[in-house]
Write a protein that binds this ligand. Structure first.
Ligand code: NAD
Length: 335
């Protein structure tokens, strides 16, 4: 009998074709994410769940799924999954590291350029018929990006890709990370700094940490007040890494000059969010990895990871590597 995989919502065809070769697929072919009760109903007899970052795969879901062996998520971030509980239950988690790195770094850079050079404001001005003077010495002035100082918070895969782009813009690059990456400092010509110093020094700050209990509100009022009044904050990581209320205050009161945001504390961003009315913010709807090629690659990589686990192989996109030890230790009790 083929193992059963529940696919929570519409995914690129390439992944579906792959999954169908090895599994019986319970496919919810709908674009919006499912309600919790739908998930609970559908996971009862499955060996695998194929999900996205919008589905909370918590203890309740895993407990409703006694045979569950693997959760595959079409995202690199795993903050929507109770990793600790999955690991304790011997459930593998596979995700999509690497394949979305360059695409997300492109977006971080696009937000940096768009915020600094007021591209969205300019576009709006023209469309609203407000472009009255052909050219004026003081019209729509913004900030240079080239030659400025960029502070990267979280020098992982995406952080490194952003640093490489910044070098092409002749920027001075600082980084802060829980792990110092000395080998990369020479290779990329970048400098390690404590967070508070990086906040004070940088003209642009780009966040690339995962969302964890340590990074929730890593950038809050205290940190925003340390930044230059001309600085621009870019967040393409996860919304709750930045205290959004404090950010709104910072943008309104001019503690910082602007922000480029792809992620928010609540998504979709409520239409009455004060961010919507601020001219000095560029907003995108969580599209960091949203290119045709990358979404196909992510979909395929998550499917490949699930299939490998179901065939008893160890995939290179296994997130909770400790699960291997846990399963070995408790092999009798594990499902
Ligand atoms: P990664 O694991 O390669 O890098 C994360 C880095 O953050 C690591 O170097 C890690 O040491 C560092 N870090 C962890 N906790 C920290 C802390 N408390 N303080 C400082 N540094 C810390 O991950 P990645 O592939 O570069 O992705 C980063 C995050 O970006 C993902 O977890 C995901 O949430 C987010 N992301 C968002 C989008 C999007 O669509 N906007 C797309 C891809 C990834």
């Amino acid at each position: 009998m083929k193992p059963i995989v529940y696919v929570t919502r519409t995914i690129p065809e390439v992944a579906l074709v792959l999954l169908k070769q090895y599994c019986e697929v319970v496919y919810r072919d709908e674009v919006p994410p499912p309600k919790k009760e739908d998930i609970l109903k559908n996971v009862v007899n499955v060996d695998a769940i194929y999900c996205t970052l919008n589905e909370k795969i918590d203890k309740e879901v895993m407990d409703a799924s006694p045979r569950l062996k693997v959760i595959g998520t079409m995202s690199v971030g795993v903050d929507h999954i109770d990793v600790e509980y999955a690991t304790s239950r011997g459930i593998y988690i596979v995700h999509t590291p690497g394949v979305l790195t360059e695409t997300t770094a492109d977006l971080a850079f696009a937000l940096m350029l768009a915020s600094a050079r007021r591209i969205v404001e300019c576009d709006r001005m023209i469309r609203e018929g407000k472009w009255k003077l052909a050219w004026a010495p003081t019209m729509m002035l913004g900030y240079d990006v080239h030659g400025k100082k960029l502070g990267i918070i979280g020098l992982g895969r995406i952080g490194v890709a952003v640093a490489k782009r910044a070098k092409g813009f002749n920027m001075k690059v600082y980084y802060y990370d829980v792990t110092r990456r000395r080998e990369l400092e020479n290779e990329l010509g970048i400098e390690y700094m404590e967070l508070s110093q990086l906040l004070k020094e940088s003209d642009f700050i780009s966040i690339h940490v995962p969302l964890t209990s340590e990074t929730r509100h890593l950038i809050s009022e205290k940190e925003l007040r340390m930044m230059k009044s001309t600085a621009i904050l870019i967040n393409t990581s996860r919304g709750p890494v930045v205290d959004e209320k404090a950010l709104v205050k910072a943008l309104k009161e001019g503690w910082i000059a602007g922000a480029g945001l792809d992620v928010f504390e609540y998504e979709p961003l409520p239409p009455d969010s004060p961010l919507v009315n601020l001219p000095n913010v560029v907003l995108t709807p969580h599209i960091g990895s949203a290119s045709y090629d990358t979404r196909n690659r992510m979909a395929q990589y998550a499917a490949e990871g699930i299939i490998k686990i179901l065939r008893g192989e160890e995939p290179d996109n296994l997130y909770n590597r400790d699960v291997v030890k846990i399963r070995a230790l408790h092999s009798v009790k594990m499902i």
